[in-house]
Structures are given as C-alpha cells and as structure tokens.
Design a protein around this ligand. Sequence first.
Ligand code: ATP
Ligand code: MG
Length: 636
Amino acid sequence: MKDTLPMDEKYKVHMSKYFEEYERSLKDVNGFWNENGRIIDWFKPFDKVLDDSKKPFYRWFINGKTNLSYNCLDRHIQNEKRNKVAFIWVPEKGEEKVVTYFGLYRRVNAFARGLLNLGVKKGDKITIYMPMILEAPIAMLACARIGAVFNVVFSGFGEQALAERINNSNSKTIITADGGYRKGNIIQLKNIVDKAIDLSNGVDNVIVVKNTHTEIDMEPDRDYYYDDIIEDGYVEPEQMDSNDPLFILYTSGTTGKPKGILHANGGYPVWIANTLKWAFNPKDEDRWWCAADIGWITGHSYIVFAPLLLGLTSVMYEGAIDYPKPDRMWEIIERYGVNLLYTSPTAIRLLMKYGEKYPLSHDLSSLKTLGTVGEPINPAAWHWYYEVIGKSRCPIIDTYWQTETGGFTISPSARLGLPDLKPGSATFPMPGIDAEILDENGKNVKPGEKGYIVIKKPWPGLMLTVNNDDKRYIDTYFSKFKGKYFMGDYAIQDDDGYYWLLGRSDEVLKVSGHRIGTIEVEDGLVSMKEIAEAAVFGKPDTVKGDTIVAFATLKDGYEKSPELIENIKKRIRNNLGPIMVPEEIHIVSTVPKTRSGKIMRRVIKAVYLDQLPGDISTLENEASVEEIKRAVDIIK
Ligand code: ATP
Ligand code: MG
C-alpha cells in the first residue's frame, strides 16, 4: 500500500472538529445549511433548506433571494474591505495591475450599466470568450449583477467549438477582446468570434475589450467597444431566486462530448465559499493564487467567485506558467508573496520535468499551503510538490471535484482538522458529501476494494441540470445507480477511510480478471526517475481481457532506447507486480491532453486501435495525436 507521511506538528490539528461537522452535515441537513447557508447575504431569507420533491432535480434554499455580484462586492465595500486589494493581475509581460474591492465594484457597475443599455435583460444568455484579463471577471460579475446567464468559453477554443457553445447556450450577446497573449503570440480572438458567428444561429451584440490593440473588423450595429459602452454609476443588483440559473459551463470533454452544466444563484455560491474556507482555511491577510484559467470550473469557483465571496486578495495571472522561462510560476510566488497556491498535477509534472534548479533559484518561503486539482496527483509529483516547493512544511490539499459538483467534494480540510496526508489520496469528503464506493451491482465494496464512487445525497453545489437536456442529466448521473450521483470515477477507500481516485471508470483496465485503475499503472511509471508523464489504456485481448499499453514522455536529460523500456518494465514488475506491467511502452514527446490539461486516454486508445476518436474539439495539441499515429504505424 502507499506510504503515509505524518505532517508537521504545526498542522496536526485534531480531526475531531472535522468528524463532528461532517456527521452533523449529514444528520442535520436543515440545521447545518441554515447556518452555513448564511455565508452569503440574502435579500430575502430562504424559507426551506432543501426541496427534494422532484428528485434528482434538487433545489436548495427555497424562495431565498440573493445576488452573487452583491455578495462578492457590495457587502465588502460597506466595511473595512472597501480598499483591500481584490486582484493583483499579472500579465505575461509588463507591469501588474491592482484593483481594490471598491475599484472592482465600480467597474462591474459600469459594465452592468453598459449591458443594460444594450438591451440585455435578466435571463438572457451571454457567451464570454476572453483572455485572462481583469475584464473577464468583471464581465462575469456584471452578468451576475443583472441576472444574465453567462457561458464562459475557454479562449483556447477555435471557431467550431465556440459556435457550438454559442448555439447550445442560445447566447445573443458575446463579450470578447480583440486579442489575447499566449506565450509571446497574439491570439486573434475577435477574428475567431466573427467566424464562429458565421457558423452560429446569429447574435445581436458583440462587445470587444481593447487588449492587444490589433486590427479587427467591427460590424456596425452589432459590435461595440467595451470602452464605448461602459457608464459609471450604480446598478441595483437583481434579486435572483436561489434556483434561477447563474451560468452554463461546458465540462472538459475528457471522456466524451462536453456537457453544458447549469449552476444556480443560491446553492453554488454557498458551496464554493464554504468549501474554500474548509479546505484551505485562508486568512484575511493571505494572498491566494489559483493558477487555472477562468474558462474552466476551477477558474469560475476559485479564481473569481469564492475568493471574492470571502474577501481575499488573489493573484490572477494572464499567461502560461512556463513562459517566458520555466521559473515563471516561482518568480510570481516570490514577487507577490503568494501564501496559498492552487494548481494542477499536469502543471506540477511539467515544472518537475524542467528540474529543481528553477524553484531552487527563488525564495518560496511565503507559501503556507499548496493545492491541486484536475486529475489524481501521482505520488511522485506529490512528493516533489511537497518537498521541493513546500519545503516539507506546507500541506497538500488535493481537491477532488468536477464541473458538475460546483466545488470541492473530497479534500483535506485545513480548517476543520487536517488529516495526516497520504501522497495521492484526496483524503476525506467535505461536510455535506455522503460518498460511498459501489461495485457493478450497486453493493458497497469493502475497504481496500475498488469500485465506482457515488454521492448518496444532494449538496448545495450540485448542478441544476444539463442545459436544455434534463434527460442527459438523469441518464449520465442518476441512472447507473438509481438515485445516487454517479461521478464516473473509479476509487478505493482504504482501511483508514481515505479516498484514492484511480481514474475514469470507463477507462478501467481489466487484466486477467483484475480491475486496475489507469492511474495505478501511471503512478508506477511516473515514479521512475526517467518518466515525466504517462498515459495507459487497455488493448482488447482475447485471453487476458485487456493488455496494458502505455505512452510516456521522458524528463529532460533522458533518451529513449529499447534497454530503457525493458528496464522500466522490469522495475514495474518488481515494484507493482507482473499484472501491472505494460505489454508495450511507447516513448513520445507529448501525450494528448484536453485544453484544461487532462490526459485524453480515449483519444490515444482510439488512434491506436484505428477507431474514430469521438469529440476532439477539446484536444489541445493535434501534433500529439499525429505522433501517436506515427508510433502506431511503426509497430504495425
Ligand atoms: P468530461 O466530463 O467532459 O469528460 P472532465 O470530467 O475532465 O470532462 P471536469 O469537470 O473538468 O471535466 O473534470 C472533473 C474530473 O476530473 C473528475 O471527474 C475526475 O476524473 C478528475 N479530477 C479532478 N480533480 C481530481 C483529483 N483531485 N483527483 C482525481 N481526479 C480528479
Ligand atoms: Mg466529467
């Protein structure tokens, strides 16, 4: 079994508070959420915590009226947070910009007024396709203020994916920028928007922020510059019903066609504010940096809304974490004195691949807590993050959750009681999350046995539905195990009650009657000093069921050779046993990933088996697929 790492005494808070709160959250749903539901202000208090009369369409904080922009801004400017810094915005190149809570409040109001002047109304859908500039959170907050439902589309997507999302969300207004910077290049966002509109059902308004000052076409009576429509003043925040839709966001598309997830005005903010507080225990004076993109749920919940709800100061970074140099992330931490860092395993593996010299050349002593999200973190990456970055004094908060869940579902809780951490385990459920692991027949598995992770009861962050597709909501999430929320991941709970996520349940390997999570083999590969990243899948085999095939990348300084591959197989056999040894290991320069940085095993498998790869609109790097094709051609 995996190793346990006792934490520094300083962090060894007693777990009793956690267990107490956790039990209460499940036993006394009303009492618990009556109290914790007040982490946001309500114009009109809710008169019931949960309505579960139309299962699985759960509704929270019934008849409560609130507004997310009010909760992120107005209530802070009435107290000592008024002049506190909300965001330190760090560009890829050049000087940072700082905006205070009052400044952000003013700017959100001015843009909200601009939207109203264009005729945008409560309930209208708006697509936001923007780079990581301050106007992006301003746009999201302005939409929330007037009750427009926003749909942020990651700015790395091309026109086809953008057009699909404009149509599916039924947006008639688009907010964009002339261009965005990415690794020294300019991405012509407005041009992409123009092409997407041609492919779409048509839109009424396009609002353009001048960012890169590149030449663009402006269509009269449709396209407006942001600077021309904003108008200073106060816009009364709409009184939104707790269960009015707040935003639509498409999932990453790792396993299939992205789903348009719809979140609500009441339950969602309550969930993300509480979970950020429980998991990371941020202090008022802390500087928080969530190094994600606002185009993903992580950016929505933990760059924009939860930190503002809690009145924190955040770093918001425009560019790539290894540009212009591999030490960019460490430089930002040092320069801005970041205390809490939240990033992904894919980022850690990338920075690890460059070697220790980059982090070691910076003073990272401001760091107190380190977080991760997006995929299971390989123990090797965990140790590097913990030892090299955190100098063995910062707990690793491994947060397991999904677009659909709104916020963290399984994560260590630094506030309620931090458990001894085990590298690679997301530890325990957040309060309100009644998780369990089931076998194919819906029976509870024993501790140490693998199965499907489900959540038995609703919690406030659960999506309202899949946009325009209630059937898909029921079929995808509530059908495999009737009435239970199916997360689609494979997991194990060990004898101490810790949860370990083992990869996607539809990617599980079935080798000679044994079920093996993809991550179990990948962890073994990534723990080799030569390997930076690994992706495995099962190749159908008439005798064994599946044989394991791996694609891997090497760390800087290693060369591929047949001896290396044999040697790696030998070590896997010794460390993990014969059943875990990949029959084939192919060394490539990159593995296919989603634009949010997740390994796309289904694409590798399809290419390998010469099948259609399904929806690849979220694929980040087409060259990686070509490379796999070439590798496969050589074998065949
Ligand atoms: P799609 O649903 O379209 O296939 P996706 O599942 O990648 O895309 P997201 O909602 O961005 O879309 O990602 C959620 C998934 O990411 C989880 O279901 C899980 O597989 C994985 N994940 C996220 N965080 C963790 C974590 N800390 N440990 C393990 N897995 C994680
Ligand atoms: Mg998913």
